[in-house]
Each structure stands twice: as C-alpha cells, then as structure tokens.
Ligand binder design. Structure first.
Ligand code: PGA
Length: 254
C-alpha cells in the first residue's frame, strides 16, 4: 500500500487573523488536485478564521501547532484535542524543536501529547531532529532514533488508524530557519534509518508518512522529494509565501 504523502505549512507565530485568513484562502488553490495532502498550521487564535477555507469545505487540511496532553481540566493556557477539532483542526504538530529547545518540552511530554491526539482520533505530526553539535559528532542516527522511540511511547496502542493519524517529521535543528538544508543524500539516510526503526516497532508504523523539514524551498524540494523515504515536507518560512508553497507542493508531482 502506498504511504500517505503530505506538505504542511507551519506558520509559527506569524500573522494576525485577517492576513492569516487571506493566506489560507490563497493556499486552497495549492491543495486542490494536489499530488499530496496539503495542510496549514496557523496560530491557535487564527484557526477559526482559517477553518471556513479548509476541509471539509476544500481539500486544504487545518492543523494546530501544538496540543495539550490532557483532554480538559485545570490547566491554564492549555487547549486539548477535542477543542482543536471543535474549531476545525484535523490534528496538531507536536514536539517541534522550537518548543523542545525554547520551552523545555521533553520526549515524555511529546509522547503524552501524541497519545492525546491519537486517542481523540486526530492526527499528530511528531517532530524529531538533532542539533548541530550532535550532527558534527556523528551521533545523529542514535540520538534521533532515541528521540523518536520516546516520543511515540504508547502511541500505537491508542491510535485508531495509525497510518492516517501519525506523521513523523524529521527536522534537523541546524536546518530550521537557517537557509541550510540537509542534502538529499543525508536526509534520505536519516529517513531510511527512521523508517526501519518504525517498521521494527510495528509493521503498520512503517507505513506512516515520514516528512522532511528544514529550509525547504521551491529550489530544493524536487531533489528531496525524489528520495525514496521522503514522503513530503514540513515547511516553515516558505509556507508564508503562497507562490513558494504552491511550487513546493507541485514539486511533489514528479
Ligand atoms: P523552515 O522551518 O522551513 O523555516 O526552516 C521548518 C519548521 O520549523 O517546521
């Protein structure tokens, strides 16, 4: 069975609600008859403004950038899976390296958030990736494998349809927002490694989408997409430009 494929725009902490809505509207075109599933991840407060342009009104998926590990309760500032679904989100990104490094999120919390999303029937886009010093020491395979295993702890047993629900994003930290991209060869090597880790954990996990992120642009998307274990992209900066986002989606047509 062919693996699912995705291009996801991570808008990070950008755009007030009005420009966010306009960008969502512009992205509908990229998603229509696209060769991959296309989704956007606006800020939490922009989700309701973007939702009327997204699934089920169009082929554009809507994701949040984070999700609470708890369903509900006395957790000031948190927003749980059912609340995200209530405003139209299909799921959320979890464990982004900015949250891990700037906000101190660890693998156990990422796993709890992943489980919360999966058990609510939503999608979790689980991010992993190594910092520069780890890459320079040549320890990236071991470090990212450990991060992935720990971030998925308990996930398989709570997922309803793991192939649809779980997306793993490999994002080398040194490539995020820096203009430096992993070479297609290096990205493929890590994806092949992570694919075998997933398959060994459970055969159905090996069928999940494994997408790449880190300075993906129209200029480098096609060469990355050609790699056999790259099933799409998590796009930051370039996703704020609808023409660049469209070009990245179209690079996945070949
Ligand atoms: P970038 O961000 O494309 O701007 O490098 C990717 C990400 O953080 O998801």
């Amino acid at each position: 069975m062919a693996r699912p494929t995705h291009v996801i725009g991570n808008w990070k902490q950008h755009l007030l609600t009005e420009p966010a809505q306009a960008l969502a509207q512009a992205c509908v075109h990229a998603a229509t008859h696209a060769p991959v599933e296309v989704a956007i991840a606006p800020t939490l407060v922009a989700l309701p403004r973007c939702a009327p342009h997204c699934h089920p009104h169009s082929q554009l998926g809507l994701l949040a950038q984070d999700c609470a590990a708890q369903e509900q309760g006395a957790f000031t500032g948190e927003v749980g899976p059912a609340m995200l679904a209530d405003v139209g989100a299909l799921g959320a990104i979890v464990g982004h390296s900015e949250r891990r490094s700037l906000l101190g999120e660890g693998d156990a919390l990422v796993a709890a958030k992943t489980c919360a999303l999966l058990s609510a029937g939503l999608r979790a886009v689980v991010c992993v990736g190594e910092p520069l010093d780890v890459r320079e020491q040549g320890d990236h395979g071991r470090v990212v494998e450990a991060q992935l295993r720990a971030s998925l702890n308990g996930a398989l047993s709570v997922a309803r349809d793991v192939r649809w629900q779980l997306v793993v994003a490999y994002e080398p930290v040194w490539a995020i927002g820096t203009g430096k991209t992993a070479s297609p060869h290096d990205a493929q090597a890590m994806h092949a490694h992570l694919r075998s880790v997933l398959t060994n954990l459970a055969p159905e996990l090996g069928g999940c989408a494994l997408i790449y992120g880190g300075s993906v642009k129209p200029e480098n998307a096609a060469a990355l997409w050609e790699q056999p274990d790259i099933d799409g992209f998590l796009v930051g900066g370039a996703s704020l430009d609808p023409a660049a986002f469209l070009a990245i989606v179209q690079a996945c047509a070949a």
